[in-house]
Write a protein that binds this ligand. Structure first.
Ligand code: FIX
Ligand code: ZN
Length: 448
């Protein structure tokens, strides 16, 4: 599109018309969700959905212990429905659900036509017991306006590997992503798993072991056809250094990415097990050294990198690094910065420093219905930030048209992800209806 050819009568000069145009475009654009932990229903219990999974989300588990005296051990010993009941009572009935994670559950319930002020979970349980999972998936994707999503797939997880090996049906909207944490962050224990699968590896990550990891990744890439490879890293991630991680990155991972022509996603800043008693809810955050990412981008110019940082204090540095390296794509507002106020400030800074050359958000959904709230909340905030940037442009005397706004929005929520994953040749969806409320849809897709 040649922006200079915009007819004067199509240019939006008015503030409220601008707000409306940006809100409409962001509210209706189909999203490519670049990072989730979701699985298709064919992966059975790995696919989390429904009220009990929603309420036992680790974000809410962490909040429970601030409002209730139960010990982590006593909590985790309870069956999941009783855990969900307790979280509901403490965080939703006895207190207003003010936090982002609790408000998110309210959004989900309201959008599904359920009462977020219910005193018990009976109504919600009846609702989920009655839905057909396959119809429900269509309803959720439509309410969230999600056309595609990336999973998190660990071939070293024996349970998950079985589904892949048995050629379970994978809905084509669920894109595979090979997760490398066991290989790059827990080599001291993972090499034994590889050895048990017949690879000639060792604790030192010798040259032979690195070649074997290459062979392992080749073999699983053939099966999964991953859209990218990913790793979450601690704040003290250093590159290069004299560690198995650097040897495995340089000798295997970065070559596999090149050969497959896929990016490597770096998620940096998580301190695992700060309070190990809390399980998944016990991880913390630390400041990362962004120069390690810069060195990766500089030494591997033919590779593409997606990056998201957990610490609020690291966000500006990542944007400066992105201005230096075109092979670096910042994405999402991850986990502890996935709050409306932080999303808004980070996204505003991103527009100011990078224009539209970033991926504003991912959901990180672990439970299917979370897609509804994560995207509902994020769309609203990203729209505010984009409005602010276009408003600045109006002040500068450059008036956008509706078509120009829509084109930027498509790029942010769909095109930048597809470009990074080289999916441009695959037809992008023109529209996914984002529905305001629950209704029935017909299931005309192949069943899992
Ligand atoms: O490493 C990750 O992908 C993190 O997103 C998760 O491990 C984390 O537990 C999470 O769910 C954050 O949203
Ligand atoms: Zn995640």
């Amino acid at each position: 599109m040649l922006f200079r050819e915009a007819k004067p009568e199509d240019q939006i000069r008015d503030e409220s018309a601008l707000r409306q145009a940006v809100g409409d475009a962001v509210g209706s654009v189909p999203v490519f969700d670049i990072h989730t932990h979701l699985f298709p229903f064919s992966f059975e219990r790995l696919c989390k959905w429904g009220i009990d999974d929603l309420l036992t989300y680790h974000y809410l588990v962490a909040e429970l212990f601030r409002s209730c005296e139960i010990s982590p051990k006593a909590f985790f010993d309870m069956p999941e429905p009783r855990q969900a009941d307790l979280i509901w009572r403490k965080l939703f009935v006895e207190n207003p659900p003010l936090s982002e994670a609790t408000a998110g559950v309210c959004t989900v319930l309201a959008k599904l036509g359920l009462d977020p002020r219910a005193k018990t979970l009976d109504e919600a349980r009846e609702f989920f017991a009655d839905v057909d999972p396959h119809e429900h998936l269509e309803v959720v994707l439509e309410l969230a306006g999600v056309s595609d999503l990336a999973m998190t797939n660990d071939p070293l997880d024996d349970q998950e590997a079985l589904y892949w090996q048995s050629d379970s049906f994978v809905d084509p909207r669920f894109h595979a992503v090979i997760r490398l944490d066991p290989i790059l962050c827990q080599w001291e224990t993972s090499w034994r798993k590889l050895e048990a699968r017949g690879y000639k590896v060792d604790a030192e990550a010798s040259e032979q072991a690195v070649d074997e990891v290459h062979r392992f990744l080749d073999s699983w890439s053939g099966r999964l056809q991953p859209r990218y490879l990913a790793v979450s890293l601690p704040p003290d991630f250093a590159y290069p250094d004299d560690s198995p991680r650097t040897r495995l990155l340089e000798g295997a991972v970065l070559h596999v990415c090149r050969e497959l022509d896929v990016p490597l996603a770096l998620m940096v800043g998580v301190r695992r097990g700060v309070n190990p008693e809390l399980g998944l809810a016990g991880d913390g955050v630390g400041w990362a050294d962004v120069s390690a990412i810069e060195r990766l981008c500089a030494r591997w110019p033919e590779n593409r990198f997606l990056a998201t940082l957990l610490a609020l204090e690291n966000q500006h540095q990542l944007l400066v690094a992105s201005r230096k390296f075109a092979n670096l794509m910042p994405f999402g507002c991850w986990w502890f910065v996935n709050n409306p106020s932080t999303i808004e400030s980070i996204t505003r800074l991103r527009f100011e420093m990078l224009g539209a050359t970033f991926i504003p958000q991912h959901s990180d959904a672990r439970v299917l219905e979370q897609l509804i709230y994560k995207w509902d909340h994020s769309r609203r905030v990203v729209a505010e930030a984009l409005f602010a940037s276009f408003r600045q442009l109006q002040h500068a005397g450059w008036f956008p048209t509706k078509a120009e706004i829509e084109s930027v929005v498509r790029r942010l929520f769909q095109g930048n992800a597809r470009g990074m994953l080289c999916l441009d040749q695959i037809q992008a969806p023109l529209s996914v209806e984002v529905r305001p409320a629950m209704s029935q849809v017909s299931d005309d897709r192949p069943k899992a």
